[in-house]
Design a protein around this ligand. Sequence first.
Ligand code: ATP
Length: 506
Amino acid sequence: MTRGGIAEPVPSVSEESRSSQRQKGSVARILNEDTPLTPANKAAKLSSDASEKGDLSMPAKVDMDKIVSLCKRRGLIFPSSEIYGGLASCWDYGPMGVELKRNVKDAWWKAIIHERDDVVGLDTSIMMHPGVWAASGHIDSFTDPLVECKSCHLRWRADTIEGKGCPKCGGELTEPRMFNLMFKTSMGPVEEEASTVYLRPETAQGIFVNFDNVITTSRKKLPLGIAQIGKSFRNEITPGNFIFRTREFEHMELEYFVKPGTDEKWLDYWVKERFDWYAKLGIRKENLRLRQHGKDELAHYARDCYDVEYLFPMGWSELEGIANRGDFDLIQHAKHSGRELSYYDAEAGEKYVPYVIEPSAGVDRSVLAFLIDAYDEEEVEGEKRTLLHLHRSLAPIKVAVLPLSRNEKLTPLAKEVFNKLCPNFVTDYDDSQSIGRRYRRQDEIGTPFCVTIDFESLEDKQVTIRDRDSLAQIRVPIEGLDKILEAKLKGEAFDASPLWATREKK
Ligand code: ATP
């Protein structure tokens, strides 16, 4: 990470110590992959797992530096304001990164909204009435304990450090003081008259304050979910580990409103749904686990909470939290706004304040987990090949059209193929450098299929499709190329023996 400019020094140890601290607590409940999630067995099963599996740290498959370097090299993620020396914990998504990030958000939106009839979407503003944050408890409670080293003046989150001294220089630390993580700004053109507003630290409150609007306009009954994706801001004391913890990031949040009494059932349901979502998109199950929050660890609004954790290079860390928020938020907003926020169940003839189950995920943290899990290095004919085994739906580019060389005879046909494919798939066209280098580039950004146009193509009107993972190749007519790619991108098997050996020898 490049630091400097106006950026403050950022200690780098934070996440490791934070995750190990958590695991040490006797309160952590670790579920293994096949623990059935039913209320009946939950308590017994979880507590017995906790002691045996409190520390599952394994050697990381890839270190973070390799991921950061690949991201820079291939236009996925750049340090923000790099030409000015960068700004701590801020990152920019490059041409490939923005596609990957959009695909992650689209996959979430599809699974949460489009493939169901009980969830609707929303897009609320980042700045909200300050009363929202008083009601939600963020002004009083969204704080971390901060200590400062009296010698080197580095600042630390008190709950993430072990021992008494500064982790950097061993110097004496100040007493902890509570530090509010919300960013403040002023609204209005005249500074003295401007009012203080906050940049939202979560998107959830935009959903709660619109509960009534959505219920009265959507003609939906409970259980009903309202979901949104958007930027959140937290003035984290110790950001770090690339895009794992930053001060500006994107949330994907669902607030699922249910009848009180059915909340535990729905919590179980959503924990399983969300765990499976990561697995369906290619994350290996052995790198995922669930952790139930202990009673003393629960946020002020939560009745129960599970984290989906991923085995990041710095250890097991939270990927997503799924909380039972009870009726805390609707009650608070009703109290502070004076507006009634309840639901009338016409069939049962009763009125109640719904409970809320909240799966809350980070877009950037998910992107990081998908990248890490997809990263692979292998040897092909004595040469190292780096590749991303990204799920087809997440890969930034689906198909790369690669004429064997930049040649006046090949170019028109290659362009014709590109023009045929690009309305249907995100397609790249590349005719510079050797074909081997171009394959390597596509492998490193996780492109599932390369289509090669060679001199035989001019005669037989056929092209070669190369599969990223197996390196198998098949020759197909240009005529039906789009249909074949469509089927393969939907998961149809790539039915050919690996031909890279023969191809290399040609
Ligand atoms: P953590 O314990 O890691 O600080 P949290 O419990 O405060 O996270 P939530 O408020 O539950 O996080 O937010 C839900 C998700 O949002 C997290 O699981 C994570 O994926 C993402 N997230 C939270 N804070 C950050 C951050 N500073 N940078 C990037 N992603 C974040």
